[in-house]
Design a protein around this ligand. Structure first.
Ligand code: FAD
Length: 530
């Protein structure tokens, strides 16, 4: 009997950031010919929002190094080492000192992604695939039509549509629109801040993590320069009034990224298999059972730390308090300075901080259990979630060095807002009232809080929205919508996943999602993609 012939796949990938790119990469590695149309609303496909000139400047660093970035046709480092010296110099990079743990400007990473896209476009026909690219084309809707999916799009000349067998909505980040035309108010760092001229005066930045640091860098680099290996900041003449205030509930700065063995060494107790076993034993008491695994893992990884914080006697909430307490008690810049010195020493000596490395590795298996927690346990998990995020969202040491330089130059401060803070904007000034009653006023105010979780009602596709119940979008493990599209419509986009995958951000997640989606579309992509 002859083998059944697989139906020909005609795939639309909407969005060409890292998730769209890795999906394409894995699809093209399938021996079955596939036809792919890429839609990208931006004028330059393949770059991805955080790595594009619209959202990044040279001073903004990626917090992931080549050693962690899943290769495309080659590793990021291999590509870097083939670039001309003069090109690297534009990004402040010296070819002779390139290495696989370096944190480099996000723009450079975007240039690699773009080159990889061009290579895929050129090589696809050699393997029997066909790929069409539609840049500057916004997809406006998706709807099932019989066995197909209709994609409606607008390339600036009115709406058109095409039919596909599969659609991948790799639409990435969603930031608030900026309806108010207020030149001093940025509803996100990606709504015009990179091009805006910000006066050298008080600038309030809500958020003190990676996006907050980006916002501070965007403003600081307009008014001065860093020297001495980023240890000093010199405001330009006339820019002495620059005062950036980073604000967050706790008033903490992120930690500097620390040295650790990569790829991750296996965990002993809180393994994927152990988490699956606990999930199998039911939702009641699941968080407490996982917590026992967490405690056991920490006791192996760093017995001294476990002993010092009294881990064996703590709940998840109690541990989160104990984890942040020393930082909350210290001056944040003194703490950052000491943390940076420790990271520099440990990196030079290849020394691992056991408890940090254990927490970093545990966030991945732990995430699988989050959708299975009872609502009460989900609330309790929030405390632990902050600990995990604090670990994996550590920032490049160079970013901390620059923050310290800005602070020493009198251009940067930090404000703890507490839980019950208030914001109001009147007559072009944002007034911030912290929980303890302290107030501050900012003519320029940048909201740099991270990506918030979105639901079906937030989808920018009206026909699709109308077919889905409000709230978290139900999806299969390979990111296919459960309620529309018969398993052929995929939504691997972080904002819609955060409800059940709270750590769904970053290039490695994009690569994993791309591989999973490609396997679901073209099952024989599996062997190649693994
Ligand atoms: C400021 C910032 C910095 C970050 N830095 C890092 C980092 O250093 N390291 C790391 O690992 N992760 C980082 N991240 C996390 C980030 O989530 C991922 O690295 C990655 O960008 C996610 O890729 P994506 O393709 O899902 O989304 P995106 O990069 O957002 O790409 C989505 C693409 O879809 C396009 N698009 C959207 N809607 C439509 C439509 N309707 N029609 C057509 N095209 C559309 C967009 O134009 C965009 O090109 C950062 C995130 C932010 C916000």
């Amino acid at each position: 009997m002859s083998e059944p012939v697989a139906a020909f796949r005609s795939v639309a990938i909407v969005g060409t950031g890292p998730t769209g790119l890795y999906t394409l990469h894995h699809l093209l590695r399938s021996p079955q010919p596939v036809m792919v149309t890429l839609f990208e609303t931006g004028s330059l496909a393949g770059v991805g929002l955080p790595y594009s000139p619209e959202a990044a400047q040279v001073a903004m660093l990626a917090n992931i190094a080549s050693i962690e970035i899943p290769p495309l046709s080659q590793t990021y480092l291999d590509w870097l080492s083939q670039q001309p010296d003069a090109v690297l110099a534009v990004y402040g990079v010296d070819k002779a000192s390139l290495h696989d743990r370096q944190f480099l400007p996000r723009l450079l990473l975007g240039a690699w992604f773009r080159d990889e896209l061009e290579r895929m476009l050129a090589e696809a026909p050699l393997h029997g695939h066909r790929v069409a690219l539609r840049e500057a084309t916004r997809v406006v809707d998706v709807a099932p039509v019989g066995d197909d999916l209709r994609v409606s799009f607008d390339a600036g000349e009115g709406e058109e549509s095409l039919l596909f067998s599969h659609v991948v909505l790799a639409t990435g980040h969603v930031w608030p629109d900026d309806p108010a035309q207020d030149r001093g108010l940025f509803v996100s760092p990606w709504t015009g801040l990179v091009e805006a001229q910000v006066p050298a005066g008080p600038v309030g930045v809500l958020g003190s993590s990676l996006s907050g640091i980006d916002a501070a860098m965007a403003v600081a680099c307009q008014h001065g320069r860093f020297t001495d290996g980023d240890r000093a900041f010199h405001p330009d003449a006339g820019a002495q009034a620059l005062r950036i205030t980073l604000m967050s509930r706790q008033g903490l700065l992120p930690e500097a990224d620390f040295w650790c063995p990569l790829p991750y060494q296996p965990l002993v107790h809180l393994t994927e298999a152990a988490v699956l076993r606990e999930i199998g034993d039911g939702a009641d008491g699941l968080l407490d059972r996982l917590w026992r695994l967490f405690v056991a893992e920490m006791a192996v990884a760093d017995p001294a730390y476990a002993e010092t914080v009294g881990l064996a006697y703590l709940t998840p909430e109690g541990f989160a308090d104990a984890y942040f307490a020393p930082r909350l008690a210290a001056d944040p810049f003194d703490w950052a300075s000491a943390n940076l010195a420790q990271v520099d020493r440990n990196t030079a000596a290849r020394r691992v901080v056991g408890w940090r490395y254990a927490i970093l590795r545990m966030h991945e298996p732990m995430e699988a259990a989050v959708p299975e927690l009872t609502p009460a346990d989900r609330d309790r998990f929030d405390a632990l979630k902050r600990v995990f995020i604090d670990n994996y969202a550590a920032v490049p040491p160079q970013s901390i060095r620059r923050l310290l330089a800005l602070h020493r130059a009198g251009c940067l401060d930090l404000l703890a807002l507490g839980e019950g803070y208030e914001l109001s904007r009147t007559d072009g000034v944002t007034e911030v009232r912290a929980e303890d009653g302290a107030t501050a006023a900012f003519p320029v105010f940048i909201d740099a809080r991270g990506q918030r979780a979105l639901g079906a009602e937030d989808l920018p596709f009206a026909a699709l929205r109308a077919r889905l119940a409000k709230g978290a979008v139900a999806m299969t493990p390979d990111f296919a919508l459960r309620d529309v599209g018969d398993g052929r419509l995929f939504l691997p986009a972080a904002p819609y996943l955060l409800h059940r995958m709270p750590f769904a951000q970053g290039i490695c997640v994009s690569a994993d999602m791309g591989a999973a989606v490609a396997r679901a579309i073209q099952p024989d992509a599996q062997a190649q993609a693994a």
